[in-house]
Design a binder for this molecule. Structure first.
Ligand code: SAM
Length: 277
């Protein structure tokens, strides 16, 4: 009979955040696949759990997934853990889940700590809708392109960032998204946990020499890209507005309907305008 794969969340700082169920599963499985076996060994030792470990990290995710899947097909139960938090959230895990699905293997998530969820719920920003982006590219050009993409995002934006790149990322946010309200959720669940709130510029001033792990939350913009385009179009002449939609291949009737909607005026007025032309 096939075994099962458990995706086990581990603490992001405070060891008391491990769940009873996570401990039970870690004690019961045949094998634990860990992002960093030495790191996980520390966690297992703390809870007096002794289990065979196999390394499973981003760079060897594909090949190691094959090996783990073979073990599960032979009947072993395997737990996947990352260094901290929930596996597959900016951490290895995605690949094995895909392969498990292809092999009809049961995947069981074991909930627990996740940095961005805790950062979000205490941020004070909208939790109704949000966009988790994770790490931005380390490459300057790609980082800028991604931020450009987020410029008109109305939902709360959530980023992960490495401590030594924090300042550079905050500068880029200020340059591209403007001096928005942001929250830095620092050292979650640890002794120095804090939420630094304010405009990007004021937070940049406070981050000199700041240490620890961070989640960056950015308040959603007021205007979506569609609204921005509409308001830009509304600044043009009716002819320019007409040509914009004509270039998209729309017919006269559709164009007039769209202009009327954009400008919030009766479409007959627009018909009359173009009749007189
Ligand atoms: N899988 C993890 C999770 O569930 O949140 C995320 C792992 S990702 C490799 C590491 C990033 O998560 C850090 O660079 C930081 O942005 C964020 N992070 C992890 N632990 C944190 C903590 N205790 N406080 C604040 N941010 C944390």
């Amino acid at each position: 009979m096939k075994g099962k794969i458990y995706l086990v969340a581990t603490p992001i700082g405070n060891l008391e955040d491990i769940t009873l169920r996570a401990l039970k599963i870690l004690k019961e499985v045949d094998l634990i696949a860990a992002e960093d076996t030495r790191h996980t060994l520390g966690l297992l030792n703390h809870f007096e759990i002794s289990k065979p470990l196999i390394s499973y990290y981003k760079q060897n995710e594909k090949t190691k997934s094959n090996i783990i899947i073979d073990r599960v097909l032979e009947g072993q139960n395997v737990a996947i853990v990352s260094d901290a938090g929930t596996p597959a959230i900016s951490d290895p895990g995605e690949e094995i889940v895909k392969q498990a699905i292809e092999n009809n293997i049961q995947i069981i998530p074991i909930p627990g700590a996740c940095a961005f969820v805790n950062a979000l719920i205490a941020s004070g920003f909208s939790t109704k809708e949000f966009l988790f982006v994770g790490f931005l590219s380390a490459l300057k050009k790609e980082k800028k392109e991604k931020l450009e993409e987020l410029k008109y995002e109305k939902r709360t934006i959530i980023l992960y960032e490495a401590p030594h790149k924090l300042l550079g990322t905050l500068e880029a946010i200020k340059e591209i998204l403007g001096d928005r309200d942001i929250v830095l959720a620092r050292e979650l669940t640890k002794i120095h946990e804090e939420f630094v709130r304010g405009k990007v510029s004021s937070i940049i001033e406070q981050t000199e020499g700041i240490k620890g792990e961070f989640v960056i939350l950015i308040e959603g913009g007021e205007e979506s890209i569609k609204e921005k385009q509409t308001s830009d179009l509304n600044q043009t002449t009716l002819e320019e507005h007409y040509n914009y939609y004509a270039m998209q291949g729309l017919d006269k009737k559709e164009i007039i309907k769209k202009i009327a909607k954009d400008r919030n005026i009766n479409k007959n007025e627009i018909y009359q305008y173009f009749l007189k032309k």
